[in-house]
Design a protein around this ligand. Sequence first.
Ligand SMILES: Cc1ncc(COP(=O)(O)O)c(C=O)c1O
Length: 522
Amino acid sequence: MHQLWQALVYRRINSFGQSTSAGSELDRKKRISTCEAQLHDGTRYHQFKQTSVTKALDYAHDAAKAWIEGLDARPVAARATLSQLRNTFQHALPETGMKAEEVIRWIAENANDGMLGSAGGRFFAWVIGGGLESALAADWLVATWDQNAALYACSPAAAVIEEAAGEWIKSLLDLPREASFAFTTGCQLAHVTSLAAARYAVLKRANWDVENDGMFGAPRVTIMTNDQKHGSVERAVRYLGFGRAALMPLQTDDAGHVTPQALERALANAAGPIIVILNAADLNVGACDPFTKLIPMAKQAGAWVHIDGAFGLFARASRRHRAQLEGVEQADSWATDGHKWLNVPFDCGIAIVRDCNAHRAAMTLSASYVAAEKSARDQIDWNPEWSRRARGLPVYAALKELGRQGVESMVDRCCAHCDALVRGIGALAGAEVVASANLSQGLIRFWKRGQTPEQDDAFTDEVIQRINTTGEAFFSGTTWRGRRAMRVSVVNWRTCARDVERAIAAVRSVLAAIDTSADYLI
Ligand SMILES: Cc1ncc(COP(=O)(O)O)c(C=O)c1O
């Protein structure tokens, strides 16, 4: 900023040019010396800075509002290609700077076409929420306040608000109130945080101090997981030094649930410390494991039970849907996301751990210059990061905006829209329902008469691509039980009945254009 200020002052000086008479030469020198004085005048610089920053923020605010207001009208898919985006953004590092507001204008204008309309109501790919208004606005403030939410001492308000948000989350999800928590970047790091606590606890029971002695020579830990586990679980296991070989898949039934028999067999065959990881809604079919049966069995065998509830745990807030999650509160740790069903902007995950001593032992650190406030909660004791943004604040805002009832109705609404989409698309010629909607997730497959299952796999991917190209809706694909399918995932608070109708109409028009009744070869 200061360099820019200097450049502007010198540009002004240079613009005074050469004088033609003695009088004007005097005048020119006076103007130059005024400018030079301004160069070292902190107040003038400060004024300049204020105007420039305000303009940049105003522009960002206008661009953000235009983006949100335009979500319904713009294509959901990105329009720009990879090479277009690279050509635009990957130029040489500028030697000289540019005004802040010009930077923002340039970025907003050029990035727009390369953005997905995932915050809008017709985005049904992966599991992506949309950013509630209060949470988004709170996130702007988080960036503006620019607090280091590592310690109470670095930002007292951020620490206390995050503490309150964690308590609210436990209450909303009806998990043990004595549990500790951490706001991480996502469910991936919530797994790492929770499983670091699990690693500490199960190895401590085996007389091994992992925090001191590490993993070399440690007793081997067996990690049993639902065979439909999310990839982030395996990655957390790798991060923590257990290694992929520690994983023991637990067989699931046709609906994606670990059966008690499968767990019984696995427990009977395992020796040493055990961690069992169960699904509170898998991402393909929303399947929740039978917790009331499985968790007591695992506990009986001395295992630590961890739950992947990236989005599904929020169904605990719904009286209509919470039965599927009965007994999940008996687990030892839970990983979930704020940026999925709670609809706070990226990035926000949440780890919740029943044994707060294990959690703290796995995460805490002490350094001579860390100003720990004994009676306050320092986030650094519970989080894997050191410096971090005040991530709990958008969660606090979202929960305050919605209240318990608002979360419940958002969950119920998303489930109802998912059901309508799966039924509506599944009824079209050339489509079939692979998995009915459950906890906001469902699966559809596309087929053509006379095609082999492999051809239908490729056809399904092609139809997804074609739907996305219409710009009317956006879906992603998956492989379920060995066959390709289109996922229908609805966790965005913006999705409404009109979005559902538009998405079904888009799929109908794509299928009609292909003519699914004819033999078709890819
Ligand atoms: C079931 C499940 N677990 C874990 C994750 C990982 O979450 P994140 O991307 O927030 O790390 C996802 C992401 O979609 C998920 O669906």
